[in-house]
Design a protein around this ligand. Sequence first.
Ligand SMILES: O=P(O)(O)OC[C@H]1O[C@H](O[C@H]2O[C@H](CO)[C@@H](O)[C@H](O)[C@H]2O)[C@H](O)[C@@H](O)[C@@H]1O
Length: 242
Amino acid sequence: MKRPPAIDPTTHALFLDFDGTLVELVDDPNEVALAADRIERLAEMTDRLSGALAVVSGRRIADLDRFLAPLAFAAAGVHGLERRRRPEGEIEFLMQPEALDPVRDAVAPTLEANQRLRLEDKGTALVLHYRTAPDLAEAAKSVMRQAVAGRDDLVVMEGDNIVEVHPAGMDKGKALADFMAAAPFVGRIPVYLGDDTTDEFALKIVTDMRGIAIKVGGKESVAEYRLADVADVHHWLDVCGI
Ligand SMILES: O=P(O)(O)OC[C@H]1O[C@H](O[C@H]2O[C@H](CO)[C@@H](O)[C@H](O)[C@H]2O)[C@H](O)[C@@H](O)[C@@H]1O
């Protein structure tokens, strides 16, 4: 396992995935938690990086704000379909929730029949969770694939014990590249930390940009560097040089 190098607060920009990177994975998506001192540390790092720190998540930005309260951070939410370039800025929504109404209708009977599946409606994305019902994984994936059949404006994306449908054309890599094109990120070298398959889009872009791509955990990755788990991420954030 190759440990990441030190970070220079004057030349790097830091992008952090949320679930599985900053917070431990748990059964109930509403029950994740980050200790207050860890949130303070992120704010301190934001200051040292002159604002060049963003959370890049599959979560809605409103949900990230709830978990990171009382502070707020620059963020790309729902894999980039929501954007906020500065902590105090407005959230931009790149798609409207109505696009997913036919998918909501299509999955409703499966949810009714399989009540151990959990639907997370993020407005611009719909997620079926099967962490507590692994035997229903195939049913969840199948209903989502069928719901988008013939719709080239929607994609199915799989994550850690979830299957998600959202509008096509966006992923964490594209979101990161857009952030890197404008202040306060432009001109810096990107550093990205993420654990899941959906983070590979960003880890690839960062590798192409000759940045520092850091995979959290043991899954296969394009990333050059590794951290073992969430605890190791927080240890590294404390010693990384920012
Ligand atoms: O991009 P991320 O910040 O890693 O968000 C990815 C998804 O995170 C959440 O689901 C994951 O975490 C849950 C809580 O630990 C867990 O129960 C689930 O199995 C994981 O996949 C979130 O609920 C999703 O909307 C995000 O897309």
